[in-house]
Design a protein around this ligand. Structure first.
Ligand code: SF4
Length: 449
């Protein structure tokens, strides 16, 4: 049963020595209770107390980490079945499988295509984190793992059912901590040993939940934590069912033998790229730690990355940017002034469309605790008597000679009241949808006769 901060505090040395990095034992206890620090962070706990506290504060799914320094992939540590209960912890890693169907030149070109899969969205750079390489030929597997690691600097999954081939390829890129994928009932101990020797993690495949549970129990008994489950399935329904079963078993039923992150080969269930992407979407939502596809189509990859980004934001933390005056495209004293809220998605969408217009402008971003325009308006945060003092204090009056404020079209009804609050300013209702901003701004700059 989870302990409260006070219950944890009672077990701590209470010396406030700060060796854990927190100013007091109470501060440390509260962080541990909130799942933001590990009990092992206090170096003054030992023996039975440490063992007991470690057991009661352990996450139901272990943390697994692999990949090169600077591009490491972290999985596990999930504590809830549903995002709204708290949050999902680690964004699923998207992997692109490059296998023997590719000749050497195609493989090289695929690495270039992989490197080009980078997208900026809501202020974050999104990209697939992993390349998975597989080959029936051990020499080719080693060469391709080395090339993938060298040319992409990303994490590499080495896929083979031969422990000797995994060792040879893994040793070649040992410093990049590749994920070894291919342990089965016959090779479990061998692959586990290779992973231990290389200081990395491994994937074990099982045809049913009982088999995976047996692997999990062997890992728990042997003190192995750096392991990932791969349910072997042939249909989308079974793929989803397996992921849900494993997450429920670990979190709801508290079965330690199922407390490992998972990997799912969407490309093993469907070959057609659109269908594969749809299946991968379901697996991102529930609950794969790694989702493997074999398409390099940017449209499909962006859809998957966007989904993962949205699902793995923390619902307890509003996504917001700093309030202030943002110049877009070197604006001057006569450039238009637009107003919006500091919800990240709103800000980046509006900013992007102003940039698309090629019309320099000033964007006033008001702090409404990260809410969108209509939500903030409905909550009484984006209303005339709050906006007026914000505009006055923002400093925009020193940047422009005119006094014309463009507000979002959805809150046009507040225009007259805002105009009476904002002494000397004319308030104009702009467009409702950000997508209409380029046309609106161009018309404003170059009005038709
Ligand atoms: Fe307290 Fe341990 Fe942190 Fe020292 S290291 S302040 S004893 S919790």
């Amino acid at each position: 049963m989870a302990l409260s901060g006070i219950q944890l505090f009672k077990q701590l040395p209470k010396t406030n020595c700060k060796d854990c990095g927190y100013p007091t034992c109470m501060a440390f206890a509260l962080q541990v209770a909130a799942g933001k620090a590990a009990i092992a962070g206090c170096p003054h706990l030992a023996g039975e107390v440490l063992a007991t506290l470690s057991a009661v504060t352990a996450k139901p799914i272990v943390r697994v980490e692999f990949g090169p320094a600077g591009n490491a992939v972290v999985l596990g540590e999930e504590t809830v079945l549903y995002r709204h209960e708290k949050r999902f912890e680690h964004v699923p890693a998207l992997a692109i499988l490059l296998d023997d169907r590719l000749g050497d030149e195609e493989f090289s070109a695929a690495l270039d295509s992989f490197n080009a899969l980078e997208f900026e969205r809501v202020g974050e750079m999104l990209r697939p984190q992993l390349i998975a390489v597989s080959s029936a030929d051990a020499g080719r597997l080693t060469a391709r793992a080395a090339a993938a690691s060298r040319d992409t600097k990303s994490g590499v999954i080495i896929v083979s059912d031969d422990p000797g081939a995994l060792r040879a390829a893994g040793e070649k890129i040992k410093s990049a901590r590749p994920l070894l994928c291919g342990a089965s009932a016959e090779t479990f101990d061998d692959v586990r040993q290779v992973a231990a020797d290389l200081g990395t993690a491994f994937v074990v495949s099982g045809g049913n939940m009982q088999e995976l549970g047996n692997f999990g129990q062997r890992a728990v008994d042997g003190g192995v934590s750096q392991m990932i489950f791969e349910p072997q399935v042939t249909t989308a329904a079974d793929a989803l069912a397996a992921q849900v079963y494993l997450r429920r078993a670990a979190i709801r039923d508290k079965k330690k033998e199922f407390g490992f992150p998972t990997c799912a080969f969407a490309c093993g269930v469907a070959a057609e790229p659109m269908l594969q992407t749809m299946i991968a979407s379901a697996l991102i939502a529930k609950y794969a730690g790694i989702v493997v596809v074999d398409t390099l189509d940017p449209a499909h990859i962006l859809a998957l990355l966007t989904l993962a980004q949205g699902l793995y934001t923390d619902p307890q933390k509003p996504m917001m940017v700093d309030a202030g005056v943002y110049p877009v495209g070197n604006p001057g004293a006569n450039s238009p002034v637009l107003l919006t809220t500091n919800f990240s998605l709103t800000y980046y969408t509006v900013m992007g469309e102003i940039e698309n217009s090629k019309i320099p402008a000033w964007l006033l971003v008001m702090d409404v605790e990260g809410q969108s325009v209509l939500t903030a308006w409905a909550a009484g945060k984006f209303v005339a008597d709050a906006i007026a003092p914000f505009v006055k204090k923002s400093g925009i009056e020193e940047n422009v000679d005119h006094r014309r404020l463009i507000i979002p079209g959805y809150v046009a009804s507040m225009g007259p009241e805002l105009e009476s609050e904002l002494d000397g300013w004319q308030v104009v209702a702009g467009v409702r949808e950000a997508a209409d901003l380029p046309r609106y701004l161009r018309n404003l700059a170059h009005p038709k006769a």
